[in-house]
Design a protein. Sequence first.
Length: 579
Amino acid sequence: MKKIYVYLTFCLAFIVCTTSCNSWIEENPDGLVTDERVGDSQDAAEQWVTGTYSKLIYDMFCWGYFPRVLEFDADYISGPDWLFGTFGAGNFQGESDVTDALWKGGYGLIARANNAERHIADMKNISDDVRNNAIGELKFLKGFAYFLMVRAYGPIPIQPEEETTDYNQPRQSIETVYAYITKNLEEAAEMMYKNTDSRYQKGHASAGSAAGLLAKVYATQAAAAMPVGTDIIVRTGQPYTSSGDDKEYAPLQTKTFAKSSVSGYEQMDAQALYAKAAEWANKVIDGEYGDYELLAYDQLWKKANCNASEFMFTLNTVSGDATYKVSVHAQYEGYMTEQGGDFIQEGGWVGCTRHWYDLFDSQDLRIVKGVKHRWRVKTQRESNTGFYYPNTEEYSIAATGFDLEGNWVSDPTGIYADGVSYYYSQDAQCLAFTTKYMDVTNDAINNADANFPFLRYADVLLIYAEAQCELGNATEAITYLNKVRTRSNATLADAATLDTQTKLRSAIIEERAKEFACEADRRWDLIRWGIYLQAMNAIGGSDDAGVMKTRQERNLLFPIPAPELNTNKAITENNPGWN
């Protein structure tokens, strides 16, 4: 994204936000500059594209409501109740997270992309390759924005691509919106540079980004269209066996959920859609749209590799920048009292539950290295204490010398032999905190440059495995499931264990929960598979940290923001359960 940021200051001077007094799907041409002011050249085309990317970074995802709006409403994610708030408890009404990050931000991004595409299409002094790539990137961004919104809101308006004064746009059916998404992404895949092209700029979307996202779009529709009653096994349950100060974690329970109908997808052909998902995933795997591979685990979350080939589309940010920032590092890791220091100044609140942690084999690198096992906050400096996780026999002995029954076993050894007294706390202070976003340029600032992955190559591999499972090709599905598991040193799946389609399907869905934890993916998997309500309510009320996870039918969709309902005369009612 380096080139993007070179242009950002200039671009923001002439490309304004597209919110208005009418509705957020309005595009105001009078507020945007003309070709005459920007110019007609390759540089001008790049400026239009850059200005569109800046909308994605600045307006949608730089504030504290990201990744909250995409991440916090899921079964395996948790944190302090003050941070999760009413949104985390399932009340989405009137939340700025829902309004600003997705609806307002999404339509602002789309409006800017439409405007930029019209100007670039009319340019006379650029080559066809430059024009096609630029327009391809804009089509990709539109497809991406509509995909985020249709999953969240269901039927939504499609903003006219041409200039118009008719801003009262009706909601289109889910099937119509997906047809528009796939059209834009298929065109983008053919127009954009591949990541192997010398003209490709790292940090931008590429042809492979569009092809990979297409696979995910088709798989989302396919899962939602699967027959009602399709079985999915989920390991879940109440977090504790008892209440009070000395409660114990409950072991995972294996529950079989029957898929519920997903509104708007009933008439879609699941098998045909899974065939399309497999087709596009396979094109990526075969290298038709670029060169992609899994990184070694020790390299996966290094800052230096944030634009490596596994990361197919990533939200790139700028260290210390007041505008082009995200709160990802602060929320998931916490920023330190001094750079490279030992104590968290603030943050490090959001993590995964113990039931998520217990899904893994003990040697799986996604918990051995991907979860913090000890950390210290600034209030523990004088007491020479710190936290450890999880509260298992192994880690209790390593951290304290005592087993879980309070018996002295031995002096702490290994990473804990540093003279600090570590302890475990049965609340939001001790969760399975990820290490994915630790490596930043400066870990002592609130707005550190953690880059958030929206699409990784691992996702494409698991989509391919899922599609092959549903198409009846179990051997192929297990092969690609194991490609992801091998990277993390997990026990390999085999046909003897996954001897039914239900078991294989469930293993792939669970693998997604493990691989993409803290990457804003879990809620949307539960929704598309029609098991969101069952999974959330299986927790039995509150999770490990006391966040309420009880959900109702209305929680399946976010509410249309009140300002849109008040101004867009073509939308006459909200989603079910919201007023």
